[in-house]
Design a protein around this ligand. Structure first.
Ligand code: PGA
Ligand code: ZN
Length: 411
């Protein structure tokens, strides 16, 4: 039973204000801090009340007595009550950040009170497997300064790893190797990193592909495991809706949707890409369908397209838009809705990638959510405290379960 709720303003990894909540269940406290994106989908839950973070906190103090006494183990009920209190489609009154922090903190407290780990509370059936870590080694777009590439994320994944230990070692090595390769090209590289811990060299997209793919090959050869490259294009952030063009301002190139499709097909061929997140803008269902038809063996992933919203996913699944979905709890607002989204993705045979946000905290819940939803991958960066907290938690869970197997990635 929820006994008490405390909340405060805290800070995320970008130094922005966020909401942190403590929920007490049967004498035990669970705590969660809401993360926050920079390349935010138009259809996402709104983070705060329009009057700001202070107003969001004040509101929370007003309505939280209504949550006291609720059965804390009924995750769906709590989500529903919060939706009713909010009364909008997208949490634009009480704020998605508050909904996130209340629901995740409640789940943590409930698990602690029951003496079980969070992933077990969320998924009591015990056939757990480890997600593959998808790590950001080079940042561009909205996560980096103006000299960096237009494409937001260059991601690596050790698809040939047999264990999470091996997988993390590979990602750490690639991250280090990318820096070395950058320094070879630019002896004055300052070692700057973007919001998610990937390097931010002063290069265009094409050079970034060369740097990352050669680094990845070196580590892959040294460890004898297959490591693959993928991207989050975050295309909505450079889509010009008036011009109907993808504007790569740093590269000085504009691409029509057709040219974008060709560009992506060429990249897949040239760099053997295995993962394409938001290759088109957030309303481009038809282009997603076309690309999905054209490519085999590649994850075509909706992030801003689906925004962890079950009806948007079902719309996409009906027409074959993509074959994988990002799961970000704060995109939809509540943990209950996110769990429901994961179940729908399973039914539609979409792969799941549980993901951090570019502004995040040192909370570890993401690791548990990835395991509980049987996500094929967890996307949470490689270095930086707020990224490592999740990865190190996977190592602890692995130890607890006794060497979790990795199921292998198949598209
Ligand atoms: P965001 O970036 O957290 O800034 O939205 C992550 C992503 O686009 O996947
Ligand atoms: Zn994304």
């Amino acid at each position: 039973m929820i006994e008490s709720i405390k909340a405060r303003i805290c800070y995320d990894s970008r130094g922005d204000e966020s909401i942190e909540v403590d929920v007490k269940v049967d004498g035990v406290v669970g705590r969660a801090c809401a993360p926050k994106g920079a390349s935010v989908g138009r259809r996402e839950a709104v983070n705060f009340n329009p009057a700001g973070v202070e107003a969001t906190l004040r509101l929370l103090f007003e309505y939280s007595p209504k949550l006291i006494g609720l059965d804390s183990s009924d995750i769906q009920l709590l989500s529903q009550v919060l939706r009713e209190i909010d009364g909008t489609e997208n949490f634009s009154r009480i704020g998605g950040a508050a909904a996130y922090a209340i629901t995740v903190a409640t789940a943590e407290a409930t698990a602690k009170a029951k003496g079980i780990p969070l992933y077990k509370l969320l998924s009591p059936e015990g056939d757990y497997s480890m997600p593959y870590p998808l790590g950001n080694v080079l940042c561009g777009g909205k996560h980096a300064g103006r000299g960096a590439p237009d494409i937001q994320e260059f991601l690596v994944c050790p698809v040939g790893a047999k264990s999470i230990k091996e997988a993390l070692k590979a990602n750490m090595m690639v991250h280090k190797e990318v820096r070395k390769q950058i320094e070879k090209k630019d002896p004055y590289f300052t070692g700057g990193k973007g919001d998610e811990g990937g390097w931010t060299p002063h290069v265009k997209d094409e050079e970034a592909f060369e740097l990352v793919s050669s680094s990845l090959k070196m580590v892959s050869d040294a460890l004898g495991i297959d490591i693959r490259l993928g991207n989050d294009f975050a295309s909505s952030s450079f889509w010009d809706d008036d011009k109907k063009m993808y504007v790569y301002s740093r590269a000085g190139v504009e691409r029509s949707p057709g040219e974008q499709l060709e560009f992506i097909m060429d990249l897949v061929k040239k760099y053997n890409l295995f993962y394409l997140e938001d290759p088109f803008q957030e309303e481009a269902y038809d282009e997603f369908v076309e690309l999905t038809k054209k490519l085999r063996g590649v994850y075509i992933v909706g992030d801003d397209l689906f925004v962890t919203n079950t009806s948007r996913l079902l719309k996409g699944a009906k027409i074959g838009a993509g074959n994988a979905a990002i799961l970000k709890v704060n995109q939809v607002g509540t943990l209950g809705d996110a769990i429901e989204f994961a179940a729908s993705a399973r039914e539609c045979k979409y792969a799941l990638i549980t993901s951090h946000r570019s502004g995040d905290s040192t909370d570890v819940h993401l690791a548990h959510i990835a395991i509980a939803t049987q996500s094929e991958m967890i996307k949470c960066g490689i270095v930086g405290g707020e990224r490592l907290s999740k990865l190190n938690e996977l190592l602890r869970i692995d130890e607890e379960i006794g060497g979790c197997y990795m199921i292998g990635l198949e598209v």
